[in-house]
Write a protein that binds this ligand. Structure first.
Ligand code: PLP
Length: 443
């Protein structure tokens, strides 16, 4: 046993799988066993494991300028090229980009930039942030306070009260509907509840609401038709900014450039990481609109600096990896490919599992999906302690497929964007065997 503190791991069950190499959508363990990486590792290895172009771009940058910081007036060509490229892609007006190393730090940067901005325009009381039940936004102190999954909060004394986090309903119709409520009635109820909460808190104290367009770690929740339209109408009515956390949904995952496009969201702020560089090198971006940036300029002049920055903000190697990744997405039409094979995956999942006795709900869009495993298909009752999810994850692995059980008994799928139809067929065969095996074991 090595002296590693492993992240998001039960310390009584460490070092169960040691991966040593990868190729295409496959990874291999230390014994040479081959697996389909059905979750793109942690929702991030969009280009798979052996993209020589990204590796060459990284190598070239390492050979040219392996590092330079970007504090106090210093810059380098790769960070500027990346920001210019991203600006042509994102649906944020006159966008500016603060680069970091992880989705969590990008959300923390947003937190701080929101405060900086509202202080700059003389509205220091506009500081609370709305998040949703079953939301995942990272694990640093501020981002971790926006996360609402119990395991990420327990024993950490989180959320931190001073951060002013407000919680509202998860838009998961399947698990949160009341009685015979229709989807439309469900949406109206939770939006009304949000509006009541905003009024009770005082809208002038609320800066923004953070949403994952489609959630990931909480079980791939796709909100019902009409939800985002009504949500945004309420937020705009009270001058509350829309903050889209696209750490998973960004860059083709849902079959469009961004989850915001798929779900009809017009964001003011966006957060990126993961697929921004296909995970070949850590990088994140906190995106803000030009009017926010302009308002912050005078503050930085008063103080002397914008007093926020990481040593590795805009790391040249990370920027080179991201720039090449974006170039490949565009050149190879990978978002259109994801839409096409994503439709295929969604159809296959529904055909195989809609009537399966263990599966309560099949959900997803594009190349992100989940199966909700239930003990009673009629009532939707769940299994205790995530036992069905854990069993299915184990049987998938035994069958050469790496997937993750999330939020208890949901099995999440999120394969690399480069996956082909034939590879989806192979994935489906393994998944079907594992779900049938789970059902048999739990009888
Ligand atoms: N936001 C979302 C939606 C995520 O899914 C994640 C990670 O899975 C994060 C933020 C945090 O990103 P990181 O793990 O890179 O800090």
């Amino acid at each position: 046993m090595s002296p590693v503190i492993y992240p998001t791991t039960n310390f009584t069950a460490i070092e169960q799988l040691c991966l040593t190499r990868g190729e295409g959508i496959y990874v291999y363990d230390a014994d040479g066993n081959k697996y389909i990486e059905g979750l793109a590792s942690l929702w991030c290895t969009s280009l798979g494991y052996s993209n020589t172009e990204v590796i060459e771009a990284i190598t070239e940058q390492l050979n040219t300028l392996p590092f330079s910081h970007t504090f106090g007036g210093k810059t380098h060509p790769t960070i500027m090229a990346l920001a210019d490229k991203l600006r042509t892609m994102v649906p944020v007006e006159d966008a500016y980009f603060f680069f970091g190393n992880s989705g969590s730090d990008a959300n923390d940067s947003h937190y701080k930039m929101l405060r900086y901005y509202f202080n700059a325009i003389g509205k220091p009381e506009k500081r609370k942030i709305i998040t949703r039940e079953r939301g995942y936004h990272g694990v640093t102190v501020a981002a971790g306070s926006l996360t609402t999954l119990p395991a990420n909060l327990a024993h950490f004394d989180a959320p931190v009260e001073a951060l002013g986090v407000l919680r509202t309903d998860s838009p998961h119709y399947y698990s949160n509907r009341k009685g015979n409520e229709t989807e439309a009635q469900f949406v109206d109820r939770i939006i009304q509840s949000l509006e009541d909460q905003i009024l009770a808190e005082d809208p002038d104290t609320i800066a923004a609401m953070i949403v994952e367009p489609i959630t990931g770690a909480s079980g791939v929740i796709v909100p019902p038709e009409g939800y985002y339209e009504k949500l945004q109408a309420v937020l705009r009515k009270y001058d509350i900014l829309v903050w889209a956390d696209e750490v998973i949904t960004g860059f083709g995952r849902t079959g469009n450039d961004f989850g915001c496009t798929t779900m009809g969201i017009k964001p003011n702020l966006m957060t990126f990481a993961k697929q921004l560089s296909s995970a070949y090198y850590p990088i994140s971006a906190a995106v803000i609109p030009g009017w926010m940036y302009q308002a912050m300029i005078e503050q930085t002049n008063q103080v002397g600096v914008f007093g926020h920055g990481f040593t590795y903000s805009g790391h040249p190697v990370a920027c080179a990896a991201a720039l090449k990744t974006l170039e490949i997405y565009e050149r190879d039409n990978l978002f259109a490919h994801a839409a096409e094979v994503g439709d295929y995956l969604q159809a296959q999942l529904r055909e195989a599992f809609t009537d399966h006795p263990l599966v309560g709900e099949v959900r997803g869009k594009g190349l992100i999906a989940a199966l909700e495993l239930v003990s009673n298909k009629t009532t939707g009752a769940s299994f205790d302690k995530g036992i069905a999810g854990a069993t299915a994850q184990r049987l998938c692995q035994d069958n050469g497929l790496l997937l993750r059980a999330v939020a208890g008994n949901a099995i999440a799928l999120c394969p690399p964007l480069i996956i082909t139809r034939d590879e989806i067929d192979a994935l489906m065969g393994k998944l079907k065997a594992a779900i049938d095996g789970t059902y048999a074991e739990l009888q």
